[in-house]
Each structure stands twice: as C-alpha cells, then as structure tokens.
Design a binder for this molecule. Structure first.
Ligand SMILES: [Zn+2]
Length: 325
C-alpha cells in the first residue's frame, strides 16, 4: 500500500526568468552558481532516492545562438509591455554556454537527463506570460510547440508544464493537452497565493506568503488525489509550498520554515495526500550550504516517512501515470 506522494518541481530558467527586472550583475552570485547547485541537487536526490521535475525554459536547450535563432517561432509574444519580450535581448546575449552560462544550459540539461529517475518538463520556450496583455493563444501555441521540438532534439519527451510566474490561463490548457502534455502546477488554494494585479494586493499577498512560510496561516496545503482536477484534460498538481531561500535577516526563523514543511509532509504521508514543493535552482545560488542543509533536513524527513508510511517521491508526469493511466 502506498501512502501519499512527495512532488518537487524546479523552475529552471537562469536569467530568462528575471531578465525584465534584474540585471545579471545584480544577481550574479546566484546565477553563477546554478551549475553547481544542479550538480549538488542531483547528488543529494540520489542519496535520498528523491525524484525531481526540472521545468526548464526552452531557450536553455539551444547549443548556440544560431540554433536559438533557428528555433525562434514566427509568432512571438506581442506583450503590450515590450520590456517583457525576451527576443528583444537576443542581440545582447553570448554565443553559447561557454561564453554565456546565464542564457544557455545544454550541458546541465544533459546531466539531468543522464539520471532517468528525474523528469525534464517545460517552463515554456521563452518564459511566456500567459495572462499578460497583448499576447494571444496562437502565440502561446507556437511557443509550446517550439519548446517540445527543441527538447526532442535531445530525445526528451515533454509531459508537464510549470507556467512562468504561475500565470495559468485556463483557455490555454487545452492547447497543452492537444500537444501531449498531461499536467501543470497550479497555485495553493488559499487566496494569498493567487496571482494578483493591483499594487496594494501584491504587497499584501507577498507579506502574507512570507509570514505563512514560517508560521501556519494557510494549513499544510496538501491534498487528496481524488481532488485532483482535470482542466481541459490537463491534471492540476497544485503547489503546496515555495521553498524560500535561506534568509540571513530572519536567520532565527529558518528552523521554523523547515519545520513547517516537514509537518505538512508528515500530514500528507499520514493522510495519503500529496505534498508539492517548488523553488528555482538560482534561489540556492547564494548561501549554498545553508540552503542544502535545509533541503537535506527535508529529504531526511522524506526518508523516514517513506519507510514508516510508504510516502512516495514522484515526478509530475510520474504522478499522472500512477493515478490516471
Ligand atoms: Zn520562471
């Protein structure tokens, strides 16, 4: 008998996830260390038998600029806010991973792929914003088709998606399903985790999410497999918690943060529910040891829950296979 599932998805994006608001120089340590972080993640997950879904930006699959341009779809997102257009920065990026490890990552994708227990999913081709004004459903379709095709060059079959900035557009889910994807990561049920637009609401939600990372406001955010919904044939595997990076300003609360995660995992294991944890590899790029120390405590808890309750670590597409196919 199996009791509950532990899902981890990582938004693997490097600079493409933040280029519109953060210069490389302002986040250089974090970005510089992503390669190291991925290697340590692979080693640690091996040690604890944990399976991870790496939701990867399609641009990162390109070997060089020539290939990147070759894959550029005819239709690209026509955001009203032109600052969000990643194609506009193509002229400024380097030619390949060697001279620009902030915009290319093929060798890291190869390393992940060499461990077949993990999954490589998509974080869209261009870090696409699905509810931004100006972009259209046809532009989204082209983007996802391209993400699938650049992955297929490496014999990688894309089955799951994490939407950038968690912007889920319900109308776009059918496109994903038609292209062969089976699951996506939705947000936590509580209102404070819904994407919001007004400045005042953003500030409020951010503050509440911050507090909720340390002190229980919204509960464990775990869920029973029977409540998983199929939106447009895609299974929503909602997030339970964002693993916040180590924060030296609230150092004394680090143990509360880890404790809150462990408690929710235990709740999921005992009650045959799902716990879904996520973060970005670049979150671990600074204070690496501190972040990995937190993660190892979480993996230790997983190991114990696995042996006591048969709590099971699974990828996003692995979960869909297990429960629905
Ligand atoms: Zn992202």
């Amino acid at each position: 008998m199996e009791n509950g599932n532990f899902v981890i998805s990582l938004d693997f994006e490097l600079h493409w996830g933040i280029f519109d608001h953060t210069a490389i120089s302002d986040y250089k340590i974090n970005l510089d260390n992503v390669g190291l972080v991925i290697k340590r993640l692979l080693a640690l997950s091996d040690k604890y038998n944990v399976n991870i879904t790496f939701s990867t930006v399609g641009f990162l699959f390109a070997s060089n600029k020539e290939e990147l341009i070759k894959f550029k779809p005819d239709l690209t997102p026509s955001y009203n806010n032109r600052q969000l257009d990643p194609y506009a920065i193509f002229p400024t990026i380097g030619n390949n991973q060697e001279d620009d490890p902030f915009h290319y990552a093929k060798s890291l994708i190869e390393e992940i792929k060499s461990k077949p227990n993990h999954e490589i999913g998509t974080h869209t081709f261009s870090h696409y914003y699905c509810v931004e004004k100006g972009q259209t459903i046809s532009e989204f379709k082209e983007d996802i088709k391209t993400a699938i095709s650049i992955a297929s060059v490496m014999d990688i079959d894309i089955k799951s998606i994490v939407f950038p900035r968690n912007q889920v557009n319900k109308e776009y889910l059918k496109i994903c399903a038609d292209l062969g994807l089976t699951s996506y990561r939705g947000t936590e049920n509580s209102n404070i985790y819904r994407p919001v637009s007004s400045k005042k609401n953003i500030m409020f939600s951010r503050l509440m999410r911050f507090i909720d990372s340390y002190i229980n406001i919204t509960g464990p955010n775990t869920y029973n497999k029977n409540t998983l919904t199929q939106d447009g044939l895609m299974i929503n595997i909602p997030s339970s918690r964002f693993l916040r990076p180590y924060n030296k300003r609230v150092n004394i609360f680090e143990s509360l943060k880890v404790k809150r995660i462990k408690k929710a995992m235990r709740y999921a294991a005992v009650n045959n529910e799902i716990f879904h944890l996520w973060w970005h590899p670049h979150n671990f790029g600074k204070d690496i040891d501190k972040n990995f120390n937190n993660l190892e405590q979480i993996f230790n808890e997983y190991q114990e829950l696995n042996s006591t309750y048969n709590f099971n670590s699974t990828t996003m597409s692995g979960l869909v296979k297990k429960l629905f196919q």
